[in-house]
Design a protein around this ligand. Sequence first.
Ligand SMILES: Nc1ncnc2c1ncn2[C@@H]1O[C@@H]2COP(=O)(O)O[C@H]2[C@H]1O
Length: 189
Amino acid sequence: MKEFVEYILQFGNLNKQQIDLISKKGFELILHKDDYFSQAGKIARQVGFILEGITRVCYYNNKGEEITKYFIDENNLVVDIESFENEICSSAYVQAVTDCRLICFEKKDWQELLDTIIGWDTIVHKMIAKALIQKVERRSPLVSEDATERYMKFLKIYPNVANRVPLAYIASYLGITQSSLSRIRKNIR
Ligand SMILES: Nc1ncnc2c1ncn2[C@@H]1O[C@@H]2COP(=O)(O)O[C@H]2[C@H]1O
């Protein structure tokens, strides 16, 4: 919980009583590699904060191929925001790529904190805004045409991810085949 408290205090001030209230509602969740945090076709009912491990957001395209859309690593919030906020079914899966340890909040507790702690909504908005800006910064470089360049940018943007996730997920994230990615990796060594 200490890590989560440090994280939220970057976005605003809270007194001890408010921090205690937040801490009481959060619980530790262990996900094993390949477990789902939230699933397509279901409503996301939890917000997580990753203490250890990497998750990915993925979906199946109309050819039935699995596409990795996004990676989320340590010290980040993880939530299928559209599903969680609007209580609609997710169109994607959030899956543990490695074993993960998270601080987790149930929707009703998250809502209760929003209703009781003055200023918590501003902090939450700032946290979400930061995550979404980061997402744009991470996805925008992928429009560059050259696959080698895309991979080099990936290494820079996700320094903690590249060596900890299967190559197939990275290839899918970059929109290239696994054999192209292997060739690129050989050539840049
Ligand atoms: N920390 C995070 N930052 C950005 N997106 C996240 C995060 N955690 C989960 N997501 C989800 O990742 C999804 C990536 O694709 P979308 O833009 O459709 O919607 C995004 C969010 O629902």
